[in-house]
Design a protein around this ligand. Structure first.
Ligand code: FES
Ligand SMILES: [Fe+2]
Length: 358
């Protein structure tokens, strides 16, 4: 029961549903960022997310509100509201109320997911939600992969930042996942609202392996704090999306998707079954992380090994930009007061350096 010292109202894109959850005409209740909301879809197919309460006398649109074409109609007195939250009809008056507006959130729908832009100051989106295919600029698309397998866990006591810190946490693989993987970071770029962490995979005990021999790796894009997309290449071919959305000031919903690559010319049932096994294994490994995160207490300042210092410090400093106070709690303030870290990796760090903990 550790309330994070980091704000649970960060700015950015956050998943509130999967696309399939909200079909045309559906109205669905949801709670995020400590606000009651409704997600609905117009008859023409546009997803809308807005605050739940009617501006007339406050009925909850998620209890009996229904979609009429492109608008939602309140169950109490029939007032109609459009996707921007504007009142467009009062059924017993010849003109709508143009002054009142229900807060409606910018929506991005991609990768079978519905994301909303959240910003406590009401600013418009100033960066995009990452796409698990287009984001990597490699010409890939969903057609190259089996349909995604998913995990959804609600109201866990964890903060989105914990999940992103996993991306720079090279030491946990052996202990959490029981895999002898030693990632070697090849890119840490924390300059914009999207940050990039790439690593190649080496294996413990294989001291003869040089960086040129590496045949597998992972590229990750963190699109703000809410969405992280990864591409695994080499011996495995998969894509993942982790999306963490604060529900209130203690808990978050966790959604995870994994796409397993199709092997060209091998689209038989056996290949499909193998992909399903592989996807289940990726999800199992993710749940191992979730188990840690959901009981974790944010350590601030953390006791870092030398090799961990650069990645964690850069990530925490980057994360601070998304918090309303620009600090996100004293952890980020601490990271900022440190001397500027050099974010350039002029050369890949060797495995022996990573393994040394002074
Ligand atoms: S409360 Fe919604 S129409 Fe009256
Ligand atoms: Fe992990």
């Amino acid at each position: 029961m550790a309330k994070p010292p980091l704000s649970m109202k960060p700015t950015g894109w956050f998943q509130v549903a999967w696309s399939a959850d909200i079909k045309p005409g559906d109205v669905r209740r949801m709670t995020y960022f400590d606000r009651e909301m409704v997600g609905w879809r117009t008859a023409s197919g546009e997803a809308v997310v807005m605050d739940a309460y009617c501006e007339h006398l406050g009925a909850h649109l998620g209890y009996g509100g229904h979609v009429e074409g492109e608008v939602i109609e309140c169950p109490f007195h029939g007032w109609q509201w459009n996707k921007d939250g504007r009142n467009v009809c009062i059924p017993y008056q010849d003109r709508p109320n143009r002054g009142r507006r229900i807060r409606s959130y910018p929506v991005a729908e991609r990768n079978e997911s519905i994301y909303i832009w959240h910003d406590v100051d009401g600013r418009e989106p100033y960066f995009d939600a990452p796409d698990v295919f287009a984001g990597f600029g490699d010409g890939s698309s969903a057609a190259d992969y089996y349909p995604p397998m998913t995990l959804h866990r609600e109201r866990l006591e964890l903060h989105p930042q914990y999940v992103l810190e996993n991306g720079v946490d090279f030491a946990h693989f052996k202990f959490v996942h029981k895999t002898p993987i030693v990632p070697v970071f090849t890119r840490h770029d924390f300059t914009g609202p999207w940050s990039y962490v790439d690593f190649t995979i080496t294996f413990e005990g294989d001291d003869t392996q040089s960086i040129e021999d590496v045949r597998s790796g992972v590229e990750a894009i963190n699109g703000g704090l809410g969405i992280a997309v990864t591409k695994s290449w080499g011996m495995v071919d998969n894509r993942t999306i982790s999306a963490i959305t604060p529900v209130d000031d203690r808990t978050s919903d966790v959604r995870f998707m994994v796409y397993i690559g199709r092997s060209p010319g091998r689209d038989d049932q056996r290949a499909e079954a193998k992909a399903a096994d592989f996807g289940a294994e990726v999800i199992r490994q993710f749940t191992q992380d979730v188990h840690i995160w959901s009981h974790q207490r944010y350590s601030d300042p953390p006791a870092l090994a030398t090799a961990e210092y650069e990645g964690f410090t850069a990530l925490r400093k980057w994360a601070a930009q998304f918090y309303p106070d620009g600090r996100g709690g004293n952890a980020a303030a601490h990271a900022r007061s440190e001397k500027d870290v050099d974010l350039e990796f002029s050369r890949p760090t060797t495995k022996s350096e990573k393994g040394r903990a002074e």
